[in-house]
Design a protein around this ligand. Sequence first.
Ligand code: SF4
Length: 338
Amino acid sequence: MINYLYQEQNWKTQLSDLITDPKELLQQLQLSTDQLLSGAILASEQFKLRVPRAFVAKMNVGDALDPLLLQVLPHHLELEDHPEFVTDPLGEKEANQLPGVLHKYQSRFLLTLTGACAVHCRYCFRRHFPYQENLPKNNDWDNIRSYIQQNPQINEIILSGGDPLTLTNAKLELWVKRLESLPQVKILRIHTRVPIVIPSRIDDELVALLKKSTLRIVMVVHSNHPAELDAYTIERLQYLAMHQITVLNQAVLLKGVNDCAEILSQLSYRLFEAKVMPYYLHVLDKVKGAQHFDLESQKINQIYTALLATLPGYLVPKLVREIAGENNKTPLYGEQTF
Ligand code: SF4
């Protein structure tokens, strides 16, 4: 591990000091493999490397197959074309009702307020999403409010990726207040990977902002491997729970990263220690550039069967696939097809 005192650094400083150069990342980890570097540079031209130093500090020095590194290091295999892997695997263009609004399910929709993420996950299904054309401007709120009012079944809004916790607290608060002004909205869900990659983002100011909201807050973090949950990250996540904020985790099943029941079991126990409940285990969305993370359905079934046999039921995340146009995420196990 790199000895790096990121814990005490302000989150904004960390966010403005990301590693974006593959060469620097490999140097930090004392990896100088030429092959790794040339592949990383090429693939990074299409989807830029972006990783916080706090996350790099959790990686093993000298290990080119470190499971955290594999999630963020661009790879030459991303450049290969596979007909099944496409730029919009979940049909999100269809669901894009208004700038920033992706409405897929009955009672809730995604609101993307920023295209920025603290980390670029190589398997991200939104890696080709045209965020810049889609971000709501200040005067778009009137249209979003009308859209919510015209759909009385909507009771939950999901702030989602780009990562909402890269926004300032002032901007977050502005949107929380806007949503609070609509009595039909009861729940605010925040989908974020920031607490995992920059845990100091969970500070008193953010917690105070969320606590005083009249909305029920649910934070869904995204951690794929137990090594992402070091003592400091666990402590920050516990801090949310201490303040009655419900925290869930969603993970993605990734070849070479967490394709093993033992690792997933450790992840669930570590999440539980952090007072975070495992929620979803997603099968990889077939996005162009992520094919090297894909697993055979037989292997997925094998891993999940072993996981069920290892963990108490309350720690087993639901294995799901998102299918474009479906009314809900599709559970996968037993009779279900992959
Ligand atoms: S943080 Fe989430 S939205 Fe951002 S790149 Fe990673 S998976 Fe995609």
